[in-house]
Design a protein around this ligand. Structure first.
Ligand SMILES: Nc1ncnc2c1ncn2[C@@H]1O[C@H](COP(=O)(O)OP(=O)(O)O)[C@@H](O)[C@H]1O
Ligand SMILES: [Mg+2]
Length: 346
């Protein structure tokens, strides 16, 4: 659930403001103030604008909400903010709020005392304590159950956590960054998300654009992923490059990384050609020309759900996330498609 990492690589070379990318690591975007990134490609105008906006936010201690579709790089951005903050020597801890049931999530975040519940044989610190002095990324924040939202708000207001089953509270110094692919403001309107917590979490908002809106990043990303695969030539054929540029990438950078891995494996050490790329990339789904037969909502839904699932390499957890629905709902829909019913009952 929680991922801790060592600090990203730090580029110490003199900074050339005219350069688009750092001349040493070739990955650090030329945004003053954002020097320390690991493998972050930001060559498109949209990403460069985002990095410029992120630089002063990185050095502040304020909360940030990172918005964007699944796979766009929200976690990469959160790590970059941390790496460029005064907290960079302390831990960066990421937790997926949607991955745990409420009771487990509470003790995961806040820790628990010995004997707090069956199996609690020793006092255990939570992720707030683990991230002490550093940054905690609450991923998929929109999925946080309401009772926990109340507890989180109290921790943020008071700057102290109380482990489950403990009577004493202890001070914690953590910067909280949240991320979501959902419409959080909409969740507030629908009262699924506490308004007071929302404002507490969103002193700053950063929006990571979908990959289809930043074509200039596609080939740099693809070459970086190919290099990471230790591909002997590190090159794509012209036709493969054209296909990479034409693909709408519904699964964003994550889908691109998987497509490159797929291509590298099948290329047998030669330049990655069109024939080595996944089918979804070679035959991106075309927008139907005007005048095509009108379809029912169920047909459109089926086609879209299957396209997203395929873009996510068949991974239902990722697909549900992209679609903004629960895993069970997705499963029910897929079962419905198989049996020929619409499956849209939940
Ligand atoms: N700008 C980027 N530069 C390099 N790698 C990226 C970039 N954006 C995303 N990635 C890679 O794509 C994958 C998905 O990114 P992630 O931050 O987990 O997306 P999200 O949290 O938005 O779902 C990760 O493997 C990440 O390293
Ligand atoms: Mg993520």
């Amino acid at each position: 659930m929680a991922k801790q990492n060592s600090s990203p690589q730090v580029c110490r070379e003199p900074f050339d403001r005219g350069a688009r990318l750092c001349s040493i690591c070739r990955l650090v975007p030329a945004a003053p103030g954002l020097r320390k990134c690991s493998r972050l490609v930001a060559e498109s105008p949209a990403m460069r604008a985002l990095m410029l906006r992120a630089a002063p936010i990185a050095s502040s201690d304020a909360t940030v909400i990172v918005l964007g579709e699944s796979g766009t790089g929200k976690e990469v951005l959160a790590r970059t903010l941390h790496a460029n903050s005064p907290r960079s020597a302390s831990p960066f801890v990421a937790v997926n709020v949607a991955a745990l049931p409420a009771e487990l999530l509470e003790s995961e975040l806040f820790g628990h005392a010995k004997g707090a519940f069956t199996g609690a044989t020793a006092p255990t610190p939570g992720l707030f304590e683990a991230a002490g002095g550093g940054t905690l990324l609450l991923d998929e924040i929109a999925e946080m159950p309401l009772p926990l939202q109340t507890k989180l708000l109290r921790v943020l207001q008071e700057g102290e956590v109380r482990r489950v089953g403990d009577t004493r509270a202890q001070a914690v110094d953590v910067r909280v960054i949240s991320a979501t692919n959902q419409d959080l403001a909409g969740a507030v309107e629908e009262r699924r998300f506490r308004q007071d917590l929302y404002y507490r979490l969103k002193v700053f908002t950063l929006h990571v654009p979908p990959l289809r809106e930043r074509a200039e990043d596609i080939l740099s990303l693809a070459r970086m992923f190919l290099e990471e695969e230790r591909h002997p030539t590190g090159r794509f054929s012209t036709a493969a490059e054209r296909a990479l540029l034409a693909c709408p990438w519904p699964g964003n950078v994550r889908e691109l990384a998987n497509a490159v891995r797929h291509g590298a494996t099948l290329s047998g050490g030669r330049d990655v050609g069109l024939e080595h790329l996944p089918d979804d990339v070679i035959h991106p789904r075309k927008v139907r020309p005007a005048g095509s037969p009108l379809r029912t909502l169920a047909e459109v839904e089926r086609e879209h759900v299957l396209a997203v699932l395929s873009a996510c390499g068949g991974n239902q957890v990722d697909a549900a996330r992209v679609l903004g629905i629960g895993r069970t709902t997705l499963w029910r829909k897929l079962r419905g498609f198989e049996s020929g019913t619409t499956g849209s009952t939940g």
